[in-house]
Design a protein around this ligand. Structure first.
Ligand code: ADP
Ligand code: ARG
Length: 338
């Protein structure tokens, strides 16, 4: 199948940028050729680049800056500010009637300062990151206490059930594969989760950590507070890659800043009859639409995954407030549909 090459990488990798970046290598040996590998191999990429380490964002800036500007509207002189204060949320619930929203999930990506990111990390460093994260998580108590399950040695039935129940990442994402992020799979990867699976941490997938809070229903304040508490605790033990300009640094430029995707699984069977229209409406509301099994999946039974699109140049609380308002609007429109 041939796709039209329309990625941001393709658009912004001009001859001038290529000339500027010729021979440039980051401390983890990452080059512009490495950064574009995924987009070159996958012609249907929307972005098409990954960063190999935090320095990629400065040393390979001639390529990353215009991509970041086009995706997030964040210019080279703009600053990012975090705000994980749950008191700033405009509502407790995303669906006060409790009839449309099935579940709520908020995740953030994090990478440790000083290591390569997934596309460039060495095998030894990947194991070291896993060790350090698991050690930190061992300190967690109360509702955040849990167990780490390495992917290596996990039986296939357990792995498949965790994926089907929306708790675990899938394997073999072709975009990450081509970007070099799946090397040595499944070594060094795993999932930590609390007994009730409301607090989870993915280790060494697209980012070194994906910190996740989720639960059934629409109580977004509870989900956000739990996430905020967990981040706070991890931050006391681990130093994350961060810059005042780009916020938390992630392997994919779409996740910079808050590195946060706050999402609901919401029943929109009527609006879903015209998916192109649903996507247009969501875009107006600054929201993204995914299927129920996450990125690159389809809706099932009229249930959609709706989340904040912008992650950079907006605080975590502001992004969740956008979701609260946007989901409210979508539910109202669904009610009005014939
Ligand atoms: P990410 O959110 O980490 O960017 P995905 O879009 O692939 O990656 O989602 C990861 C998993 O989380 C998938 O199994 C997806 O179905 C699940 N998920 C996302 N949002 C929700 C939600 N609101 N409720 C339940 N599961 C969710
Ligand atoms: N690299 C892929 C693309 O350009 C995914 C981009 C966003 N998704 C992600 N999981 N980072 O289409």
């Amino acid at each position: 199948m041939s796709h039209e090459h329309k990625s941001l990488m393709k658009k912004h990798l001009t001859e001038e940028v290529k000339k500027k970046l010729k021979g440039v290598k980051t401390p983890h040996g990452f080059t512009v050729e490495d950064a574009i590998r995924s987009g070159v191999a996958n012609e249907d990429s929307s972005v098409g680049v990954y960063a190999g380490d935090e320095e990629s964002y400065t040393l390979l800036a001639p390529l990353f800056d215009p991509i970041i500007f086009e995706y997030h509207g964040h210019g080279v002189n703009d600053m990012h500010r975090a705000d994980l204060d749950a008191a700033k949320l405009e509502a407790d619930s995303l669906d006060p009637d409790g009839t449309y929203v099935v579940s709520t999930r908020i995740r953030v990506g994090r990478n440790l300062r000083g290591y390569g990111f997934a596309p460039a990390i060495t095998r030894e460093h990947r194991r070291e990151v896993e060790r350090r994260v698991v050690e930190s998580l061992r300190e967690f108590d109360g509702d955040l206490a849990g167990t780490y399950y390495p992917l290596e040695g996990m039986d296939e039935a357990t792995r498949m059930k965790l994926v089907a129940d929306h708790f675990l990442f899938k394997k073999g994402d072709r975009f990450l594969e081509a970007g070099g992020a799946n090397r040595d799979w499944p070594e060094g990867r795993g999932i930590f989760h609390s007994a009730d699976k409301r607090f989870l941490v993915w280790v060494n997938e697209e980012d070194e950590l994906r910190i996740i809070s989720m639960q059934e229903g629409a109580n977004v304040r509870e989900v956000f507070s739990r996430l905020s508490r967990a981040i706070d605790m991890l931050q006391r033990q681990l130093q994350f890659a961060y810059s005042d300009h780009l916020g938390y640094l992630s392997s994919c430029p779409t996740n910079l800043g808050t590195a946060m995707r706050a999402s609901v699984h919401v029943k929109l069977p009527k609006l879903g009859k015209d998916e192109a229209r649903l996507k247009r409406i969501a875009k107006e509301l600054k929201l993204s639409v995914r299927g129920v099994d996450g990125e690159h999946s389809e809706s099932k039974g009229g249930v959609y995954d709706i989340s904040n699109k912008q992650r950079l140049g907006i605080s975590e609380a502001e992004a969740v407030n956008l979701l609260i308002r946007g989901v409210g609007t979508l539910i109202m429109l669904e009610k009005c549909e014939a």
